[in-house]
Design a protein around this ligand. Structure first.
Ligand code: PMP
Length: 409
């Protein structure tokens, strides 16, 4: 069992004052902070091993290649993938979804259905809209239940929606706005039963919960390194080997080809066929260091910690006058969103910042969901492994001050 109080010592950035107050960082759904071991892995790479991968025979290039491919193998282990070749490095979740969606442009046809849910981040929505437009496929959405989406996804509606025309079912594991934890194993099993491909958006769960792609039986899973203690600019597209080798690459160029003639070229198998050009070598190495860090703490323990803080925050915030909390009451992750009638989220975030508290206000890249809930924005507090119950108290005290200032009581 990790000691959560010493975990904070691993994160240099947390030990600072903002506007004269100790930093309370509650914007983890946007991006997480980096432990010393990840920062050290980046520095070590740039100070000792930096060279381009795959193309050199000199010592540094060999070390850089070993470290880069070692990172791929580490992430395969992190997700329990069958083969490191199933791990494609991308810039992040957004690019990963785009790669899958664009590469399916040759597979889908008019009348096919792309199924998603009403709670998706724009990054797991807009690329599917583009695919639908390009192929004539239709988009459908699993509805959310309840005026505050407190009931999660309408699983009963799945029977009606999972028709043989559904070729792809793309859904989020944890909602970045609602804090909902979706039953991804069940969603994968039900999609598999009708032969639909499954795409899991694990942007919010990558470093927050155990993930086992083989046990889930998903076809694709996407995540972002920066939301799980890793660097920005690196992410993962996991795909089943036999599927990846059939996909058409969406970017072409150096590194992904076998033979090139003036008029034509042939592609390498995955993962290289999806990694044209010089990759983010340092980012991959930093992400592998993040996997080591998270696994040393234990992802089950991290999930319990997140959920406990999410539950505690929800309970304490519910006592504030005029608050509307969205998402589930029970069984929630560490993401908590709320709105106050008459006080805009941007004002809440600006005032909280004066108290050293980092929150996020806006639509959280969930415009259709916001519209559905009759909101334009919410304030979001999102917790991670270094957050404490005392920080929730600081948040509640700051919010009380803000409400008083705006005359809400
Ligand atoms: N999906 C979800 C659920 C997210 O929370 C985010 C980031 N907020 C994304 C996708 C996009 O991730 P990125 O910006 O790292 O590509």
């Amino acid at each position: 069992m990790p000691s959560w109080s010493t975990v904070r010592d691993d994160f240099p950035i947390l030990h600072q004052q903002v506007h004269g107050k100790p930093l309370v960082y509650l914007d983890n759904a946007a991006t997480t902070q980096k432990p010393r071991s990840v920062i050290d892995a980046l520095v070590h790479y740039y100070e000792r091993d930096n060279a381009n991968v795959h193309r050199g025979l000199h010592a540094l290039s060999t070390r850089a290649t070993d470290a880069y491919e070692g990172a791929r193998a580490r992430i395969a282990r992190f997700l329990n993938a069958a083969d490191p070749a199933e791990i494609i490095f991308t810039r992040g979740t957004t690019e990963s979804v785009n790669v899958v969606a664009r590469s399916l442009a040759h597979v889908l046809k008019p009348g096919d259905v792309i199924l998603s849910t009403e709670m998706e981040h724009h990054s797991n929505l807009v690329p599917w809209q583009q695919l639908a437009r390009a192929t004539g496929a239709k988009l459908r959405f699993v509805p959310i239940v309840g005026a505050d989406a407190e009931g999660g996804l309408d699983l009963a509606a799945l029977d009606r929606l999972l028709t043989p025309e559904v070729k792809v079912f793309a859904f989020t594991h944890l909602s970045n706005t609602l804090g909902t934890i979706n039953p991804i194993a069940e969603l994968c099993a039900r999609a598999r039963a009708i032969g639909a491909l499954t795409v899991i958006d694990a942007a919010q769960s990558g470093g927050h919960a155990p993930l086992d792609v083989r046990a889930l039986g998903c076809d694709y899973l996407v995540l972002s390194g920066h939301k799980m203690c890793g660097p920005t600019g690196i992410g993962v597209l996991y795909g089943k080997r036999e599927l990846l080798d059939r996909l058409t690459p969406t970017e072409t160029g150096g590194g992904m080809v076998v033979t090139v003639h003036y008029e034509d070229a042939t592609w390498k198998p995955s993962p290289e066929r999806f990694e044209a050009g010089t990759p983010n070598i340092a980012g991959a190495i930093g992400l592998a260091a993040a996997c080591d860090y998270l696994d040393a703490l234990g992802r089950d323990a991290i999930a319990r910690h997140d959920h406990e803080l999410g539950r505690l925050a929800y309970e304490k915030l519910a006592e504030l006058p005029g608050i509307r909390l969205i998402g589930p009451r029970d069984g929630r992750s560490g993401v908590v969103s709320f709105a106050f009638e008459g006080v805009h989220a941007h004002d809440v975030v600006t005032f909280a910042d004066e108290d050293g508290i980092a929150l996020r206000g806006g639509h959280h890249c969930n415009q259709p969901l916001m519209r559905k809930l009759g909101l334009t924005s919410t304030t979001r507090a999102s917790f991670y492994l270094y957050n404490t119950p005392e920080e929730i108290d600081a948040l509640v005290a700051s919010l009380r001050k803000i409400l008083k200032f705006f005359g809400v009581s």
